[in-house]
Design a protein around this ligand. Structure first.
Ligand SMILES: Cc1cc2nc3c(=O)[nH]c(=O)nc-3n(C[C@H](O)[C@H](O)[C@H](O)COP(=O)(O)OP(=O)(O)OC[C@H]3O[C@@H](n4cnc5c(N)ncnc54)[C@H](O)[C@@H]3O)c2cc1C
Length: 374
C-alpha cells in the first residue's frame, strides 16, 4: 500500500454491483468509481423498462447525484482502457476524449457483460441514455407483431410485459422444450402457463439462424429463418435474447480470464493470483451462472476488502451460489411481484407491499443507502 492516510480503492464499472460496493467502502477508503455513464442504468427488469419506463426508472435509472452514499466517492465519467495488475494502475479513457491514469491499492472489477442491446460498455451522456431508452420503447409500442428469440429470463420477461400491455401480438421462440434453462423445472412449467394466459404465443423447438457478426445489439425487421426448418417468420420487429453474452473484460490481461473472457476468481471473489484485485457480477466466473450480482456477492467483496485493509486476520467470506437460478422474472405487476426460488417454489408479494417495503425500504433505503429527490 502506498504511503497515504486512506487506502485507494478503484472500482471499474458502476452498475448494479459497483454502486453497492462503492458507497459502502467510501466510509473508510478513498474510493474512485469509473463509470461509462453519469447514472446507474441497471441491467435488471428489461421487460418493465420497455413497457413501464416511469416505474422502472424510479429504481433502475438514477443519476449518481441522487445517491447519498456516493457523495464521498470520486466519480470519473470514463472507461477503463487498460489495467496493469503488476503496477497497480488503470488507464482511463475519459468522456471528454482525454486520458488519465489512476493508481490503486485495491481494484474491483464490476464491468458486467453485454447481453443484446441493453447492457453495453459505450461511453454515454445522460441525454443519450434517455434518448436510446425512449427510442427502443417507441419501436416496440409501434409494432403490431413482435417476435422474441430466446427463452431465458430476458426473453420471457420482455414477452410477458409487452403482451400484458395489450397492444401487440407477441411470439416467443426458443430452441428446446422448456423455457428458463438454468431455473428449476417447476419454474419453467409455471412460466409457460403465465405467458400463455397473458397472450404470448409460444414456439418451442425453433432455433433461429443468427445473422453473422450479430450479437442482438439492435432490434431487427427482416424475416427470421430457422435452422430447425420451419418456414421463415415475419414480424414487424424482432428482439434477439439468445444469450450471446460477452463479458466486458478487454482491458485485462489474458492470464486472469477464462476461455470465454470471464474473470477467474476464487470463492472469496479475488482474482486468481492477485490478492488485491476482486471481480464481481456478470463479468466474474464465480459460478456457472455468473450469478454473484443477485446472490449477495457484493457483501463478500465489501467484507473481504475491509478485512484485508484492516489486517484483522478474520477468515475471508466465501461466495456460494445456489445450483438453480432464481429471482423475479416478470417484475412488479399490478397483481404484485412473484419471486421464483432456487427450489422452483415461488411466492407473491402484493403490489402495495412490494412498492413500499421492497422498492422504497429495501432497494432505495437499504441497498442504495437513501436517495435524494431529483
Ligand atoms: C440486489 C440485486 C438483485 C438482483 N435481482 C435479480 C432478479 O431478481 N432477477 C434477475 O434476473 N437478475 C437480478 N439481478 C442481477 C442482474 O440481472 C445482473 O446480474 C446485474 O445487473 C449485473 O450487475 P453488474 O454490476 O455485474 O453489471 P452491470 O449492472 O451491467 O454494470 C456494469 C457497468 O460497467 C460498465 N463498464 C463496462 N466496461 C467498462 C470499462 N471498461 N470501464 C468502466 N466501466 C465499464 C458498463 O457500461 C456498466 O455500466 C440482481 C442484482 C442485484 C445487485
Amino acid at each position: 500500500m502506498k504511503n497515504r492516510e486512506r487506502p485507494r480503492v478503484v472500482i471499474a464499472g458502476l452498475g448494479d454491483t459497483g454502486v453497492l460496493i462503492a458507497g459502502r467502502l467510501a466510509r473508510s477508503c478513498d474510493v474512485v468509481g469509473i463509470s461509462t455513464r453519469p447514472a446507474l442504468v441497471s441491467g435488471q427488469e428489461l421487460g418493465s423498462r420497455l413497457t413501464n419506463f416511469e416505474q422502472w426508472r424510479q429504481s433502475y435509472f438514477l443519476p449518481f447525484g441522487q445517491f447519498k452514499k456516493l457523495d464521498r466517492v470520486t466519480m470519473i465519467h470514463g472507461r477503463v482502457g487498460e489495467a496493469n495488475l503488476e503496477k497497480q494502475t488503470v488507464l482511463i479513457e475519459l468522456a471528454d476524449g482525454s486520458r488519465t491514469t489512476e493508481h490503486y491499492d485495491i481494484f474491483i472489477i464490476a464491468t458486467g457483460s453485454t447481453n443484446g442491446f441493453w447492457r453495453h460498455d459505450r461511453l454515454e451522456q445522460l441525454n443519450e441514455v434517455e434518448a436510446e431508452l425512449d427510442a427502443i420503447a417507441k419501436q416496440i409500442k409501434g409494432a403490431k407483431r413482435f417476435a422474441i428469440i430466446g427463452g431465458g429470463p430476458t426473453g420471457v420477461s420482455v414477452a410477458d410485459n409487452v403482451a400484458r400491455s395489450g397492444t401487440t401480438d407477441v411470439h416467443l421462440f426458443y430452441s428446446g422444450d422448456l423455457l428458463l434453462p438454468g431455473y428449476h423445472p417447476k419454474a419453467s412449467r409455471w412460466i409457460s402457463h403465465v405467458l400463455t394466459n397473458d397472450g404470448v404465443t409460444l414456439h418451442p423447438h425453433h432455433r433461429a439462424v443468427v445473422p453473422e457478426h450479430f450479437n442482438g445489439e439492435k432490434l431487427t425487421t427482416d424475416p427470421v429463418e430457422w435452422s430447425t426448418e420451419q418456414p421463415p417468420f415475419h414480424a414487424d420487429l424482432t428482439m434477439w435474447a439468445v444469450g450471446k453474452i460477452k463479458p466486458h473484460s478487454d482491458f485485462l490481461p489474458a492470464n486472469v480470464l477464462d476461455e470465454d473472457g470471464f474473470v477467474r476468481v476464487d470463492p472469496t471473489l479475488r482474482v486468481d493470483g492477485y490478492q488485491n484485485v476482486f471481480a464481481i457480477g456478470d463479468v466474474a466466473a464465480s459460478d456457472p451462472n455468473h450469478s454473484s450480482a443477485r446472490n449477495w456477492g457484493w457483501r463478500v467483496v465489501v467484507a473481504n476488502v475491509r478485512s484485508q485493509l484492516s489486517g484483522n486476520g478474520r477468515r475471508p467470506k466465501r461466495f456460494t451460489a445456489p445450483r438453480n437460478r432464481w429471482g423475479s422474472i416478470v417484475g412488479l405487476q399490478r397483481d404484485g411481484l412473484v419471486v421464483v426460488q432456487p427450489n422452483g417454489k415461488r411466492f407473491r408479494v402484493p403490489h402495495f407491499v412490494a412498492a413500499t417495503l421492497l422498492v422504497r425500504l429495501f432497494i432505495h433505503r437499504y441497498l442504495y443507502g437513501g436517495l435524494r429527490k431529483k
